[in-house]
Every structure is written in C-alpha cells, then in structure tokens.
Ligand binder design. Structure first.
Ligand code: MN
Ligand code: MN
Length: 456
C-alpha cells in the first residue's frame, strides 16, 4: 500500500517495449528530415504541404462541402498553416486542436544589409527572437529566405545547405587580444550591431566599394537580385549544420530549431495518422511566436477564427459554441533539467529528458504573470486522455520561481474561450544555434497529440 501512495516516473528506455522503440526511431528519422528541410517558417509550410498532400489532404476552399473524414489544409501567406480532419460530430461539439509554432530564433538580414569594411564585404543583421548573441558567432551560417523584385516576382534563396555551397560566419576576437573583451558580461560581449556576417573578400575590377560590389555581382549571378531587392526581402542567417543523432547511444538529436519544430512535426504526423475522428481535429502551425505572436501570420491573428468560422458556417454551427466546447493542446517545448546548470531549476518540478512529454500547467514570469495557467480540471483532462492512450508524460515548470520565465501561444488560444494547456518536448540549450532533445520524448509528444486528436 505505501508503495502506491507515491507518484512515480520511469525512464522511457525502461518503460517502452521493443515495438514502441522501433516506432520511436522511425519517427525520429522522419523528424530529422523535417528539420533539415525546414529552417524557416516558409520552408516548414512548403514541406508540410507536400507531406499533407501525400497523406490525402486537399486545399480548403471556403464554402466547399465537408463530410466526416475529409482532410483539408489552408496556408496563410506562405508562413502559417491550418490542417483539419472533419469529425463525425458537427462542430457544435467543439474540436480537438493542437497548435505549435514553426518560427525559430535567428539572425534576419536588415533591409540594406550590404557594406564593406577592412576590405571585406559584410551583412548587417537584426536578430529575431530571444538569443544569447555570443552563441551565434564562429559557427557556419546559411542564408535562407525570399526576395520580391520590383516587378513582383519572387526569388527563393537557400545558400549554405548543399555540400558544395559556401557558408557564412560572424567572426570573434582571438583570445590573445581579448583581455578587455573577456571582462565584459555575457550580455555585453556582442551587441546587436556586432552581429555582422562575413560574405566576401574579393574586390571587383573597378569602381567604388569594390568588395561590396563583387558580392552584389555574385548575388546577381546566382539569384538575379540587386541591392534594392533586399529591401523587399525576408532573408535570415541560420545555422548551416544538419540535424544529427547525439550521444553514442543516439538517444538524442542535436539540431537548430527543435523549438518548436519538435512539436510541429508531432502535430503533423499525428494529424496525418488519424482517420475518422469523433470530433474535428485541427492542427495549427503558426508563425511569429518568438516575437509575441502578433501579425497576420501569428497566433493572435483572426486568420484562425475566420478559418474556423468558415468550417462552422458550412455546418450551420456558431463559432462561439464551437470554441467553448473545444480543447487545445498548445504544443511548445519546455526546458529540460541540465546537469550543468542545476541551480536554475527546482528538481521536483522540472522536466527531464527521457521522461516523456512535459505538461505545463502554467508558463509566464514572476507570479505566473502572462500565463494561461490551465485549471485543475484541464490538467485532469489531459491526465485522463494520456493515461487512456498509454502516453508517458511528466509535469514541467520553466525553472525555479523568479528565475526567469517565458510564454507560448496558450494564452492567445485560451483568450478565445478555448480550454487550453501547454505540453511539449523538453529541450536542452533552448534558443541556441544547436539545441538537443531526446528521441523518445519527441515520439511521446507525437503520441500525446494523437491521443488528443482521437479523444471524443
Ligand atoms: Mn517555443
Ligand atoms: Mn522559443
């Protein structure tokens, strides 16, 4: 009896059976492909559309007739996406929603990025999302994005991913001359205006600014773009390395962008795998989470309401009824306990790698400020759903009280009168150019989203 009074957790390696482990490894292989194909929200959407169509999803056209089991998707301006599988019950019974974001911290190019100094051509950047600036220097960078020319045509850019491609880099000071630099605090080591990316060191044959001119010539040759086109462009520098298994046991994955592509892929695989759900299943892949979820493609955009309203109108159901009956898993990563930094965590309540999907009742900062703070009933609901589906989960809290904090899209979903809770993959080195997650935690997050979709 005394054994049973304790809440116990088991390492996933000791809990999962052989067939689950095989499935988990295959899932990780597919996740690595997603990571390598999608380093920006646009690339994630492109990949998701391709995979969705393979899985039988068709573009949603407002007003189209929808029957139970139908699979539709809608892309918002190439940067965010909603997929739905129509349930047997109509939308007055609500739907099961999972929402993840597909933007990640990175270095955006400024609109006039090109300049030269010291006989080198460089790019000015403006960082996007919360980064520790010193982590982004002396690593190989790739350039990804789109530029819109004056005639309205669009050019996709990806330089630095193919084996034969060159890469780019921000330089740092040699230790021999860093006596003054190393006395600075980490936040002052690099300023935003120090994050200038090396792009070339060959002079053009003649004219002014010959180093900048040479780079512009090469860009024009490769992409057909001139300097002015970069004004109407969204190009970013992201880590050039590929996702790889981490550790001799291959228990983890090292990659750029686990936040939040680990949850985005979990949602995609889950919605691909469900058939004829009782309630309509909705998968949100949103943009702009790292900068507050504002904007037309962020999760605060009414694009979500309008999509749902369209579905509701097809069935003659009010959106209000649908939302108040719906359930949303805000699928976003949490911090994993890091043995190198135990002092920032409260061990009993911090997520650990290899213990399953982390459920966060609340996020926020200080006294839970800016948090959804799901109710006891909502936590009870996910416990029940996960137990029924054999999903291994753990409670998670973003560090010690008053250590810091963070937010997700949960509150924006909950503000729509949708019952919402955060859950996601525990991550090490979150927001660093190379983040780490456990293979089995990613797999359990997929299982968790699938369980929510299959719930009545
Ligand atoms: Mn996130
Ligand atoms: Mn983040």
């Amino acid at each position: 009896m005394s054994e049973n009074v304790f809440y116990k957790q088991t390492h996933l390696e000791e809990k999962m059976d052989e067939s689950e482990k095989r499935e988990s490894r295959a899932y990780a292989d597919s996740y690595i492909d997603f990571l390598n194909a999608g380093k920006t929200e646009r690339e994630c959407v492109t990949y998701a559309v391709k995979e969705a169509e393979k899985a039988g999803f068709v573009p949603y056209v407002p007003g189209m007739a929808l029957r139970a089991g139908d699979r539709v998707y809608s892309v918002n301006r190439g940067k965010s996406m909603i997929l739905a599988v129509i349930g047997r019950q109509d939308l007055s019974h609500g739907c099961n929603i999972a929402g993840a974001h597909i933007d990640s911290p990175r270095l955006d190019l400024k609109q006039l990025p090109f300049y030269e100094d010291g006989e080198m051509a460089l790019l000015k950047t403006h960082y996007y999302g919360g980064i520790k600036k010193y982590q982004w220097v002396t690593i190989p960078l790739a350039l990804h994005g789109v530029a819109v020319r004056a005639d309205g045509s669009t050019v996709q850019i990806s330089i630095g991913e193919d084996e034969g491609d060159p890469v780019f880099m921000i330089t740092d000071l040699l230790p021999h001359l860093a006596a003054d630099q190393v006395k600075k605090t980490a936040s002052d080591l690099f300023t935003g205006e120090n994050l200038n990316v090396f792009i070339g060191s060959t002079p053009a044959a003649n004219g002014d600014e010959r180093f900048k001119a040479k780079v512009l010539e090469l860009i024009h040759e490769r992409c057909g773009l001139c300097e002015e086109d970069f004004i109407s462009a969204e190009i970013c520098a992201v880590p050039a390395f590929k996702a790889r298994y981490l550790g001799l046991d291959r228990s983890m994955i090292a990659s750029y962008g686990h936040d939040d592509r680990s949850c985005a892929w979990a949602e995609l695989k889950a919605i691909f795998d469900i058939r004829d759900p009782e309630r309509t299943a909705v998968c949100i892949l949103t943009d702009k989470e790292e900068v507050g979820s504002d904007g037309v493609t962020g999760s605060q955009s009414t694009a979500f309401e309008f999509f749902m309203q369209d579905l509701c109108e097809t069935q003659g159901v009010s959106l209000r009824r649908c939302f108040e009956q719906s359930f949303c898993l805000s699928a976003d990563v949490c911090n994993a306990f890091d043995p190198n930094f135990p002092e920032v965590s409260e061990k009993r309540n911090n997520a650990k790698c290899n213990y399953g999907v982390g459920i966060l009742k609340f996020t926020g900062a200080r006294g839970k400020s800016g948090s959804n703070d799901a109710s006891a009933e909502t936590v009870g609901t996910v416990r029940r759903i996960f137990a029924k589906a054999g999903v291994t989960w753990q409670m998670a809290e973003l560090g010690k009280v008053d250590q810091g904090g963070g937010g997700t899209i949960a509150k924006f979903m909950a503000n729509r009168n949708i019952e919402t809770i955060d859950a996601g993959v525990p991550v090490l080195s979150m927001h660093a150019p190379c983040e780490a997650v456990a293979v089995n935690d990613c797999y359990m997050t997929y299982r968790a989203v699938k369980a929510v979709y299959e719930e009545r």
